[in-house]
Design a protein around this ligand. Sequence first.
Ligand SMILES: [Zn+2]
Length: 286
Amino acid sequence: MDATPPVPQPPPGARNLVVVVLDSLRYDSWLEAAPTNVAALGQVERRFSYASWTAPSHLNLLMGLLPHTNPREVYASEYYKQDFLRYNERLGVAGIEFRSFLPALFLPTYLKHSLGYANHARVSMPVLNEHTVINRDFDSYRLMPKHNDMAAMLDTLQFDPDRPSFCLLNVGETHYPYALPTEDPSRWPRISGVHGVFKHLDEPDALDAPEFFDRTALRELHGRQIKTVEYIDTVLARLFDLLPSNTWVVVTSDHGELFGEDRFFGHGPIAHEKVFEVPFVEGLVP
Ligand SMILES: [Zn+2]
């Protein structure tokens, strides 16, 4: 006997929700790139991720808690409650509050089993592969063959006219080595001590550099991340063109990146403001 509960009929007017996570993108790289297409969504905000690397940050995002505003003089649990109320506007559905997400406290579970959504994930980072715990209540969940090809995700997206969709897109161009899909991997930057980081994508203990990195190379790497934002902005324009009009879009990052500040490089086992500082923008698809 099939014990899976039936998926309910969605409330009328429920919107699609697309969350685009530009992996490792720090806020000032976004500002330097000044992407124009995504600016049509709304005003970009400087926000802060709850975690310094990919896996815990995505779990947090999927709990429904997007990067925070770092509010002062507010008790943390009050901030969470207010943040969950934002889903009324995002989804175009009334009556959503923190308690709605209980007991699973997992956005895809709530969307599917309470609101009748279809859930889809396209991820670039191997630490988010389909065997990990966050693949729960998704109708489709795919680790992309290349870590840095958001455009390839667009061809795989489908929106059911009878059922709203939630899509998580984890985008890897902005992750080390900040490479566009057209760039020959043999031309990717090589700086001493960093090769291992890329081989073990996002494993926080993979940084075994014998000495600190060359400052000029770090500046160039930051420049490469900025260039990827300019490119991703053109892919976002293509995404906006294919999304149904009744779609709420969030574009943000899972954590920032260090480019030599205070002798740190990368993200993960780092407690520094720049590893938590991320861009955040949301709005109805333009
Ligand atoms: Zn990440």
